[in-house]
Design a protein around this ligand. Structure first.
Ligand SMILES: Nc1ncnc2c1ncn2[C@@H]1O[C@H](COP(=O)(O)OP(=O)(O)O)[C@@H](O)[C@H]1O
Ligand SMILES: N[C@@H](CC(=O)OP(=O)(O)O)C(=O)O
Length: 415
């Protein structure tokens, strides 16, 4: 049996923390379970490197990736030196050695294959612990790439899929996945969450797991366990396991999450020609900018229309430039945008068919006198866009509302 263990930046954040990891390593060694370790860079290091590169005005993401890979190389080498010093045989490995081939979408590269994964098996056969650098890859032609911020989770899950590991353990600074961001309110630990609901939670803001890693886990059916490096507990299992409640058709709410890294853009009074939405959104997505909460609002007696959507803050200037170039200059209209916004989402199953959920969300917003800017609904999530300043109030109110109704008990078990 092989277990893959990923330690995030917070777990290797200091000399003391690195030393602390030996307890986990020894526990599995004593149980005669083979482990493969994936490490992130020491917390804060990747940010420091980015700041340095910005200082020297880097121009190409290719140059930046070559530099960013250093962070993980430091942590795997240091950790291996430490383990060897306490007589635990280990070997540090980079993406070049394991042949983790990606496409050449620098800074957000996608994994194509792990050509030399047999090397990891060979090291395991020699009773050594392979310690792999997360986050980094190489292109076919040998250039360094990175998998996007938080990408070590992706490395860990891809490696688990290749090695057919029993589970991928993601060690972090919280005990488990919580019903809502533990920094905002003290709340429930989840014992289990499905891939689908975890995907929604992560893509709607819960930083704890990187979205792309869950996509791979779902595709290759890799069980993930999120748990604390520093406390003994079972954490949260993320898998496709079915769970049953006492009432089979009862609505299932798995969490509340939020983001504040988006900008709302509205194109007002532009000519409502056939295919206007594709004309607005097309150039934006072709420039690799993702959009969310896309809403077109037209009055059928008018020849003009309003169009609203969200983009990530780092892309909003580019999006506005594209709209001016392709829409405003040709079809008229004006652009409005708003940066001080947050999106809060309730994630679960059956949210659209259980009308009471949207009603409760709207009630919470009106109770706290929070004005809603936009709402979007689906079977697995209901998101509301509100002003930044109301976010904590809104999350707390929603948490207290669903706290009474969710089907998790205090220990996280299904009622
Ligand atoms: N629903 C949630 N459950 C658990 N943690 C969450 C949740 N939402 C946000 N977080 C945050 O995610 C953080 C862990 O992710 P991250 O900082 O990427 O860890 P690491 O450095 O170990 O990779 C936690 O400290 C926690 O504050
Ligand atoms: N070091 C990278 C990759 C990573 O996954 O980090 P962490 O596991 O600390 O989120 C980053 O900071 O983005």
């Amino acid at each position: 049996m092989i277990i893959i263990q990923k330690f995030g930046g917070t777990s290797v954040g200091s000399k003391q923390r690195i030393k602390f990891l030996k307890n986990i390593i020894k526990k599995y060694k004593n149980l005669k379970i083979k482990t493969v370790i994936i490490l992130s860079a020491i917390s804060g290091e990747t940010n420091k490197i980015v700041t340095l590169a910005k200082y020297f005005s880097y121009k190409k993401l290719k140059e930046l990736d070559c530099l960013l890979c250093v962070g993980e190389q430091v942590s795997v080498s240091l950790f291996s030196i430490f383990l060897n010093s306490i007589k635990i045989n280990s070997k540090p490995l980079t993406s070049i050695q394991i042949g983790l081939i990606t496409n050449s979408d620098y800074s957000n590269a996608r994994i194509n294959s792990i050509k030399n994964f047999f090397l990891i098996k060979k090291i395991l056969l020699k009773n050594k612990i392979p310690i792999l650098a997360g986050f980094q890859g190489i292109t076919k032609s040998g250039n360094f790439t990175t998998l996007g911020r938080g990408g070590s989770d992706t490395t860990a899950i891809a490696i688990t899929a290749y090695l057919e590991g029993k589970e991928c353990q993601i060690y972090t600074d919280v005990e488990s996945i919580f019903f809502s961001d533990p920094r905002i309110c003290k709340n429930y630990k989840l014992e289990f969450i499905s891939f689908e609901n975890m995907l929604e939670l992560s893509s709607l803001g819960s930083k704890v797991l990187y979205v792309r890693s869950i996509e791979i886990a779902r595709k290759y059916n890799v069980n993930i366990r999120v748990l604390s490096t520093f406390l003994k507990n079972r954490g949260t299992l993320i898998s496709k396991k079915k769970i049953f409640s006492s009432s089979m058709e009862r609505v299932f709410i798995s969490g509340i999450t939020h983001t504040n890294n988006e900008v709302r853009i509205t194109v007002k009074n532009t000519l409502n020609t056939a295919g206007i939405s594709s004309k607005i959104i097309g150039p934006i997505v072709l420039n690799n900018i993702s959009v969310d909460m896309v809403i077109q609002n037209s009055i059928f007696t008018s020849k003009f229309t309003d169009f609203t959507f969200l983009v990530e803050k780092k892309f909003y200037k580019k999006a506005i430039f594209l709209i001016k170039k392709y829409i405003i200059s040709k079809l008229g209209g004006i652009i409005e945008y708003e940066k001080e916004i947050s999106k809060v989402s309730v994630v679960g199953i059956g949210l659209k068919t259980h009308n009471e959920i949207i009603n409760k969300i709207l009630f919470c917003m009106s109770k706290t006198k929070v004005n809603i800017i936009l709402i979007s609904t689906s079977e697995t999530k209901i998101s509301v866009l509100i002003k930044d300043i109301y976010i904590i109030k809104a999350i707390k109110e929603l948490y207290y509302m669903f706290n009474k109704n969710i089907i998790f008990r205090r220990n996280g078990r299904v009622a």
